[in-house]
Ligand binder design. Structure first.
Ligand SMILES: [Zn+2]
Length: 183
């Protein structure tokens, strides 16, 4: 299976069923202020988040994110690799924790700021944000990530914001992790 073929995004109504992308307000409630609203990655100033950071290895490189989140990503990738052998070895990561504001929204933190979002792609480069297509390999991951409570950026309803390389802990998952004392 080729993981890099370019395919159209599905309708946002057909993905992320029962999952919500957490708002900044919700993330502040769960984890507090992550750091400074910088335009590119800055250091986390949140001691609780820093304490919970844990490594994940993708494409031979190591990245750090919030432990319960990266553990679920790891589980989802194991499931995906069982269904599509070789998909994990072909996968590349463009980043997990990165304290910064959203592109184009200088007052709103990206959910990468808390280490609860990950950018994934195959081949040489990800599909850029706002592009209505994705890679076939990313589409093959969506089912396994959804099962773990991870929201897919390819399903943002505002189509100028679609970001098919982006997966993040849903608000529902964050509430469960908080309730279970995992964050
Ligand atoms: Zn992202």
């Amino acid at each position: 299976m080729s993981f890099t073929s370019n395919v159209p995004l599905p309708s946002p109504n057909d993905v992320n069923t029962d999952l919500t992308s957490p708002s900044q307000h919700a993330m502040m409630h769960f984890l507090g202020v992550p750091g400074a609203l910088t335009s590119s990655c800055s250091d986390s100033t949140n001691a609780h988040v820093r304490e919970l950071l844990s490594p994940i290895t993708i494409g031979g490189a190591t990245f750090h994110g919030l432990k319960p989140f990266v553990d679920l990503v790891d589980d989802a990738l194991t499931d995906a690799d069982n269904a599509h052998p070789g998909i994990r070895a072909a996968l590349r990561c463009d980043g997990v924790i990165c304290v910064r504001h959203q592109h184009g929204f200088p007052n709103v933190f990206s959910n990468h700021s808390w280490g609860t979002a990950i950018d994934l792609f195959f081949g040489n480069a990800p599909v850029p944000q706002g592009n209505p297509t994705t890679q076939s390999g990313i589409l093959a991951l969506v089912f396994h990530f959804h099962k773990r409570g991870l929201f897919w950026g390819g399903g943002f309803h505002k189509r100028s914001r679609v970001d098919s390389m982006h997966f993040e802990a849903s608000e529902e998952l964050m509430a469960k992790l908080k309730n279970d004392g995992d964050i």
